[in-house]
Design a protein around this ligand. Structure first.
Ligand code: FE2
Length: 229
């Protein structure tokens, strides 16, 4: 896919701004995956380059979509079930460097793809589509909320330090700064607390959730998913 020089420059600026924050605050899995994936710092990578690393390791692959914000139904039902992760063609503008309410390709690639090279992480992503398919409408809203507060905005404890797990925080300067400066209330990742929370798509999240490990997160999700359908 062709990008403009300006889009490449936006990517390079975002990468330069965000990598030092990620090096300091991202969880160890994201950092490990980032070193494996080796994203270019000065240009938007092609998906073939990403898939060459991701697919042999996890069976997942990335696909382009012109849709700016894919609905949960096609996201899970048509793509996640086939281990396809959609990357939007949309790239934020210079005015939205620090925060974009709509996930763009920098979010999709820089935030999500480092983790997608790790099989124990894609095993977590593998859990969502089957349960989404058999869920009713109300349960689907709950599943979306659980994804939001885990893979998008979750935090993880590593040796008594809170680290960023969610791609929505890792790919955003203002989200990272707000969360790491203590500006967000934190609670343990517990299903019954999360299901009462609304997602904050256009503003910052008032409360975020912390888990001790991906294993604990999976257990917690499983306790809800097993009861669906
Ligand atoms: Fe995302």
């Amino acid at each position: 896919m062709e990008f403009t020089e300006d889009q490449h420059r936006i990517w390079a600026r975002l990468y330069a701004n965000q990598l030092p924050r990620a090096r300091k605050h991202a969880c160890s899995d994201w950092l490990r995956g980032f070193d494996i994936l080796k994203l270019p710092h000065d240009r938007i990578p092609q998906l073939e380059e990403l898939n060459a690393v991701i697919t042999p390791r996890t069976g997942w692959r990335t696909m382009r979509t012109a849709v700016r914000y894919t609905d949960a139904f096609p996201w899970y039902n048509d793509h996640f079930i086939k281990k396809e992760f959609l990357i939007t063609d949309y790239m934020r503008s210079w005015e939205e460097l620090e925060f974009t309410p709509e996930p763009d390709m920098f979010h999709d690639i820089f935030g999500h793809m480092p983790l997608m090279v790790l099989p124990h992480y894609t095993a977590l992503q593998d859990m969502f589509a089957p349960v989404f398919r058999r869920a009713n409408e109300e349960q689907r809203e709950n599943i979306k909320r659980l994804a939001w507060f885990s893979t998008e905005f979750g935090l993880i404890m590593e040796e008594d330090e809170m680290k960023i797990f969610g791609a929505g925080i890792i790919s955003s300067k203002s989200e990272t700064d707000k969360v790491m400066s203590g500006g967000t209330k934190m609670q343990k990742f517990r299903i019954h607390d999360i299901l009462r929370r609304d997602k904050a798509i256009t503003t910052f999240n008032e409360v975020l959730f912390v888990f001790d490990s991906i294993g604990e997160l999976k257990e917690e999700l499983r306790s809800y998913f097993d009861a669906v359908g």
